[in-house]
Design a protein around this ligand. Structure first.
Ligand SMILES: [Zn+2]
Ligand SMILES: [Zn+2]
Length: 328
């Protein structure tokens, strides 16, 4: 599978796609380190990967000169890779991390992130569940029976959006595997309205309090991001959230990995076909979507109370949390 078309002649920073296209077509005697799309040596793979990310930014107009970028970081491979690249190409980026309170996991990934940001001179802002909501994920899970990913789906997004105020774009580390999973999860759940929010740049409606999200790794397989992070020696751990294995996403991920093995290109096909449908979905759901503001915290909400406030309200009694603290 080749990835470089004539339409993507673009230069961002040191990456010039025309040059990369020529050099990859040449015979290379170096040993291949990865063979996802084609066998590539270390230096050609790195150039291939960076070119594809640069092309995605260009093609979908993810970043303009006026943008102030915050990168949603977890300390994992995907967000560290995009933090590194956006800092290298555009400079002046800020890292924003959420500490859910997952002992033995998040404290370690945050340590990696702090070290990385320190070495790269990137400002880092960390918001925690404990400080914002009065309880950590660990405390919540000890007292209530709820799927951890459901809590994080709501509360992480909430803190990322409110923590990104003042910036014009939130860049996330979502890769091709993540997007194929999200598309299929929404299809399986019959939720096309949510699927309309996917794509390389998110959102169906504009609101001054809603910071658009961009996904520059949109066309990179997870394997490729992992290889890139490994080869670039970012000094991070490659472990997964201990709660990830019990989520619906994990089932869809395993299912898609199985299909990809049987039928290579499956994930890519899901995403490319979805992108053909997306303009229609956005049009259809923009008409019915309206953003109001939460009566409790003032953040964007689809009805009177935002999802985070209603979630926190429902947990408050069991967790003995007195008030919703908005302290960020
Ligand atoms: Zn090579
Ligand atoms: Zn609220």
């Amino acid at each position: 599978m080749t990835f470089l078309g004539n339409q993507i002649a673009v230069a961002i920073g040191p990456v010039v796609l025309d040059d990369v296209e020529r050099s990859i077509k040449k015979r290379c005697s170096e040993p291949a380190v990865i063979s996802v799309r084609q066998p590539l040596c270390k230096s050609h793979f790195i150039r291939d990967f960076e070119s594809r990310v640069a092309a995605t930014i260009k093609k979908y107009k993810l970043i303009s000169k006026k943008d102030r970028i915050v990168v949603a970081c977890s300390g994992g491979k995907d967000s560290t890779a995009i933090l590194y690249l956006l800092n290298k190409w555009f400079g002046n980026v800020t890292a924003l991390a959420i500490d859910e309170g997952i002992p033995g996991y998040r404290n370690l990934t945050l340590e990696d992130l702090r070290n990385f940001c320190g070495r790269s001179d990137i400002p880092l802002k960390v918001l925690s569940y404990k400080k914002a909501f009065g309880f950590s994920l660990h405390e919540a899970l000890r007292k209530v029976t709820v799927l951890p990913c459901n809590i994080c789906g709501t509360l992480r997004r909430y803190l990322l959006n409110s923590g990104a105020r003042g910036f014009t774009k939130i860049a996330t580390g979502h890769n091709l595997d993540d997007e194929a999973q999200s598309i299929m999860m929404n299809f399986f759940k019959g939720n096309l309205g949510l699927a309309a929010r996917l794509g390389p740049i998110s959102g169906v409606v504009e609101d001054e309090k809603f910071v658009p999200r961009i996904k520059p790794l949109y066309f990179c397989y997870e394997k490729e991001v992992a290889a890139y992070a490994f080869l670039k020696k970012f000094g991070i751990r490659f472990n997964e959230c201990p709660h990830a294995s019990v989520s619906f996403r994990a089932s869809v991920r395993d299912f898609l990995n199985g299909l990809e093995q049987e039928q290579p290109g499956t994930k890519q096909n899901i995403v490319s076909n979805f992108l053909r449908l997306l303009p229609k979905l956005k049009k259809r759901y923009a008409a019915s979507a309206s953003i109001s503001h939460c009566s409790t915290c003032g953040e964007p909400a689809s009805n009177g109370l935002c999802k985070a406030c209603s979630y926190v309200n429902s947990l408050r009694e069991s967790l003995q949390v007195k008030s919703f603290r908005k302290s960020f």
